[in-house]
Ligand binder design. Structure first.
Ligand code: 1GP
Length: 230
C-alpha cells in the first residue's frame, strides 16, 4: 500500500465540467486538504481536465485524476485513481474499460502513482449510478462488497459513493468494521462541518464535491472539522 491510501483524511473533488472562479480554486488548493481530485461523470473532456490541472498546479497540493473516460487521460497528475464499480451490472465498468486502458497505456503506467478503487455507488439518482448501470445493494450486500474489495481483489481502497446524497453513518461504520488493510473512502452530501466530522468518525477519508460549488465557505470549513479531530 502506498502513501495515498494510508494518510489522506480529506479530499476535495473538482468537476471538470463545472466552472470555478480562480479565487475559489485557490482557496480549495490552499485549504489544508490532503489532495484535490479531478473527476466527474458528464461532459468530462480533455480540455476541462487540462484547464483544472494547470490551475491546481500553481499550488503545492497533491493533484489526482480520477479517471472517468479514456479521452480525458493525460500525464501531469501526481496520482491516478481508477474506479472499479463493484455494483455495476455491466462488466464494462468492472473490468473491460480497465482492460482496454491497459492495452493502450501499459508502457507508460507507473503503478506507484495509480490506485484502483473498489467503488460502490449508493445513490440511485446519481449520474454515475445510472451511467454505470448499477443496482442498489442492501446493507448486507455492501458489507460483502467491502469484504471482497479487501480479500478477493486486495484493493487499497473501498469507496462508498453517495454523490449528491448524504449516506447512513451506521452503514459506513458497519463497512469500516469489515476492513483492515483496505481503506474506506466516503463521499456524498457533505454540506457542513458537522457532517464532515460525522462521516470522518466512520471512514478513513472523506470527499467533498458539490459543496465547493454551492457554498465555498462551508466547503472550506470541512477541512478544519476533519483535521481538528486528531
Ligand atoms: C462525488 O463522492 C464525491 O464523487 C462527493 O460527493 O458531490 O455529494 O459532495 P458530493
Amino acid at each position: 500500500m502506498n502513501e495515498i491510501s494510508t494518510n489522506w483524511e480529506h479530499l476535495f473533488k473538482l468537476d471538470p465540467a463545472k466552472d470555478i472562479p480562480d479565487e475559489d480554486l485557490d482557496a480549495i488548493c490552499e485549504s489544508g486538504t490532503d489532495a484535490v481530485v479531478v473527476g466527474g461523470t458528464d461532459d468530462v473532456t480533455l480540455d476541462g481536465v487540462l484547464d483544472l490541472l494547470s490551475r491546481i498546479r500553481r499550488h503545492p497540493v497533491p493533484c489526482v485524476l480520477e479517471i472517468s473516460n479514456m479521452a480525458s487521460i493525460t500525464p501531469g497528475f501526481d496520482f491516478y485513481f481508477i474506479p472499479m464499480v463493484m455494483n455495476s451490472t455491466e462488466k464494462r465498468w468492472i473490468m473491460d474499460l480497465h482492460h482496454e486502458a491497459i492495452k493502450e497505456y501499459r508502457d507508460s503506467m507507473n503503478w506507484d502513482q495509480i490506485m484502483v478503487e473498489g467503488y460502490c455507488i449508493l445513490n440511485e439518482n446519481a449520474k454515475a449510478y445510472k451511467e454505470t448501470k448499477c443496482e442498489m445493494p442492501d446493507h448486507e450486500d455492501v458489507v460483502a462488497y467491502a469484504y471482497m474489495a479487501e480479500h478477493v481483489f486486495r484493493l487499497p481502497v473501498f469507496y462508498m459513493e453517495y454523490s449528491g446524497k448524504y449516506g447512513r453513518p451506521e452503514l459506513v461504520k458497519e463497512v469500516r468494521k469489515q476492513l483492515d488493510s483496505t481503506k474506506l473512502i466516503y463521499g456524498g452530501g457533505i454540506n457542513s462541518a458537522s457532517r464532515a466530522r460525522e462521516m470522518k468518525e466512520q471512514a478513513d477519508t472523506i470527499v467533498v464535491g458539490n459543496l465547493i460549488y454551492s457554498d465555498i465557505n462551508k466547503a472550506l470549513k470541512t477541512v478544519g472539522a476533519v483535521k481538528d479531530m486528531r
